[in-house]
Design a protein around this ligand. Structure first.
Ligand SMILES: C[S@@+](CC[C@H](N)C(=O)[O-])C[C@H]1O[C@@H](n2cnc3c(N)ncnc32)[C@H](O)[C@@H]1O
Length: 656
């Protein structure tokens, strides 16, 4: 089995592919056999010992990771994951769920309407694609395994490591691929990490205020040490007490101070929605000089959060407010200048590409640029779902749109993770950019205002139709939907910052560009400057015409057909595919042989100063390829097989 990703090819032997499929099928069989049965109690001591040993081995890199599978040749290893059994996340607030115990767990069951409070009793075993640990329920006499799949980290820290106490919402108890019974978490919002909270006597205002202040100090200390997650946790605990009536009536400024500090931490954590809410709620509106300075700070924090979310007009209004309070503020002035540039880019598509290119490096691979989408609109495209259409005439070579990525993971970054995924729905093994799905899920949890934009994209799985994006316990992201959306909408911006292969290919999601459908006879081509996608018209496009780019440029019809079906799930009905489909297989084979010859020729012979004999050879090859096309059937259609050799000829003898 061969699976394509980027320019390199990952090989998985037929035997290994069969082994992965059989393991998953056996597990599914075992799951359905045991469904609904009572859980078998574990021996606590040996369970904890098992986890302790495995954690030690994993930390030392000593034990094989059971998810990893060997690729053929120099492919190394990749995680192999089973997917395709989606289920929705819990959307009920924790307080409305009924408590249950470990003893109540039933095999292969989603315990809907229930919550399980547990404490961690062993170290965490951190594997590449999941983490697991042993937990006991509050009473402490039953031990069970808790496993979090793929979306296991938050702000760089393993979620299971981050606390000793958790609440599992609507626990899913099932078998993992190794046949181990496990409480399995797929949606991070189903695992509530219990944080530091003290019981406060709500009638004693002075005592409550003191506790809130202590939390604020602890938050400040954690911030000083750059422990952002801890600082956020402490400020959150302080804010809860400081906003309660007892304290807010006597010292309303305390909550504002903590909120202002948390806004700053939120910016550093890229939690931009909460950064804006915090900053706005910290405004005092008072007229004395000190209050004006504090409010200026708050406007700055709200403004920079809005800027980072690409909400430039909102950011402008916030910085304008800041300037009213502290006229001439240098930082606000700088931001206002940048906003002017972003708005110009957004409105007119005018970019200083030279400057943008010069600003990029491996350490700073993302551009600071606005997205220009004003030439286009999303509309129904019969037979293809929705598509992107021009709303004005665009000349050949003109910019159709430029879009900054919603999210991109670069090959050189730690977040990049490629996996072989076996989808039980269609029995196919694919190369999946699971690192990108992971990064998108993290971004959405941090910024729930963006969830709808991503969830609106095309995906095979639509969830349960209940579009709840937050509860009082926090944001909810259906990770299965994100995975399916990524697999149908992600593109690769190429290796711009050093070598990369299929195992660490850069991938990203461009939300507006994700509405563009495929055609083998496209009218647009894309290129990338950092994470800015630039889409140019390859011929004049009239207002009202649909924009198409080519998802797969394989010259061979069969290879293209198979890739479009495997990766994108459709059969292309364009005129070129229709014409090529009617080709005699022997003709197609001959054409491919000639393409191989032409490619080797182009590699071998440089066009500059080519001898007449060499040019004649190229002309013969081009003619031979041309002759494989039926002139009637391919009238007015591109002859893609001769593209490389024709390109060579046009440079070698331009006056031909
Ligand atoms: C990146 S999305 C394009 C936008 C999508 N049509 C929508 O409604 O959101 C890719 C998906 O669009 C559909 N698609 C794209 N090009 C197509 C084509 N030429 N024929 C049929 N379906 C196509 C396929 O379902 C594919 O998985």
């Amino acid at each position: 089995m061969t699976t394509q990703a980027g320019e390199n090819t990952i090989f998985l032997t037929e035997k290994e592919a069969a082994r992965i499929k059989i393991t998953v099928k056996k597990r599914l069989e075992r799951c359905s056999e045991t469904k609904g049965r009572a859980r078998e109690p574990r021996d606590s001591t040996s369970a904890i010992q098992q986890a302790t040993g495995a954690s030690l081995m994993a930390d030392m890199g000593g034990a094989p990771d059971p998810d990893m599978t060997e690729m053929q040749g120099r492919g190394g290893t990749l995680p192999a994951l089973a997917i395709g059994q989606p289920y929705p996340p819990c959307i009920i607030p924790m307080k409305d769920l009924q408590p249950m115990t470990v003893e109540d767990l039933r095999m292969d069951t989603h315990h809907r309407g229930k919550r399980l409070t547990v404490k961690r009793v062993s170290p965490v075993v951190a594997l590449v694609a999941r983490s697991w640990t042993m937990v006991q329920d509050e009473g402490g006499d039953q031990t069970e395994r808790l496993e979090i799949c793929l979306h296991k980290s938050r702000h760089g820290e393993d979620m299971l490591e981050s606390s000793k106490a958790f609440v599992v919402k609507e626990p899913y108890f099932t078998l993992n691929d190794q046949g181990e019974p496990t409480i399995r978490i797929d949606h991070p919002s189903d695992l509530v990490v219990c944080q530091d909270q003290s019981n406060v006597d709500s009638t004693d205002a002075a005592a409550a205020e003191k506790i809130a202040k202590t939390y604020k100090d602890k938050g400040n200390a954690a911030l000083k040490k750059q422990d952002l997650a801890l600082a956020h946790e402490k400020y959150t605990a302080g804010l809860k007490i400081a906003t309660a009536d007892a304290v807010s009536n006597t010292n309303p400024d305390l909550a504002k101070d903590i909120a202002r500090n948390r806004a700053y931490v939120n910016i550093l954590l890229n939690q931009l929605d909460e950064a804006q809410t915090d900053a706005k709620s910290s405004l005092t509106g008072k007229d004395d000089q000190r209050s004006k300075e504090l409010d200026s700070k708050a406007y700055f924090r709200a403004g920079s959060a809005a800027y980072s979310l690409g909400e430039y007009l909102l950011a402008k209004s916030l910085f304008d407010e800041q300037m009213k309070l502290t006229p001439g503020d240098k930082d606000a002035t700088l931001y206002l200048r940048r906003i002017q540039l972003r708005l110009r880019e957004q409105e007119s598509g005018t970019y200083d590409f030279h400057k943008i290119r010069a600003s990029l490096s491996q350490a700073r691979p993302r551009v600071d640029a606005g997205s220009f989408i004003g030439n286009t609109e999303v509309k129904d495209s019969p037979g293809r779902g929705r598509g992107l259409f021009a709303i004005r005439d665009i000349p050949s070579g003109g910019i159709i749109m430029c879009e900054k990525a919603f999210c991109v993971v670069w090959g050189h970054e730690n977040d990049t993770l490629t996996a072989m995924t076996y989808d039980v729905r269609d029995d196919k093994i694919r190369v999946s950019p699971v690192g990108l799905s992971n990064a998108i899920v993290q971004k959405l949890i941090s910024n729930p205002s963006q969830i709808h934009r991503v969830m609106d994209l095309y995906g095979d799985y639509h969830g349960d139709g209940k579009d709840v994006i937050t509860t009082e316990d926090g944001p909810i992201v259906d990770t299965f939907r994100v995975h399916d959306i990524v697999s149908r909408n992600a593109f690769g911006p190429g290796s711009q910052y050093g070598e990369e292969g299929a195992r660490n290919a850069s991938t990203g999601l461009w939300i507006w560009a994700a509405y563009i459908n495929h055609s083998c006879i496209s009218n647009a081509k894309k290129e990338y400057v950092g994470d800015l996608m630039i889409l140019q018209a390859t011929r004049a496009v009239a207002s009202g015409e649909e924009i198409f780019h080519s998802y797969d440029e394989s010259i061979d019809y069969d290879a293209r057909k198979s890739s479009l079906m495997t990766t994108w799930g459709f059969e292309c009905q364009c005129a070129l595919c229709t014409a090529e489909k009617a080709d005699d297989p022997a003709v197609r084979r001959r054409r491919l042989e000639l393409v191989g010859e032409a490619d080797a020729f182009v590699q071998r012979e440089h066009w500059a100063n080519a001898k007449r004999l060499t040019v004649s050879k190229a002309q013969r090859l081009a003619r031979a390829i041309d002759e494989t096309y039926d002139s009637k059937r391919f009238k007015d259609l591109p002859r893609t097989a001769s593209k490389a050799i024709q390109g060579w000829l046009s440079k070698a003898s331009p006056r031909r």
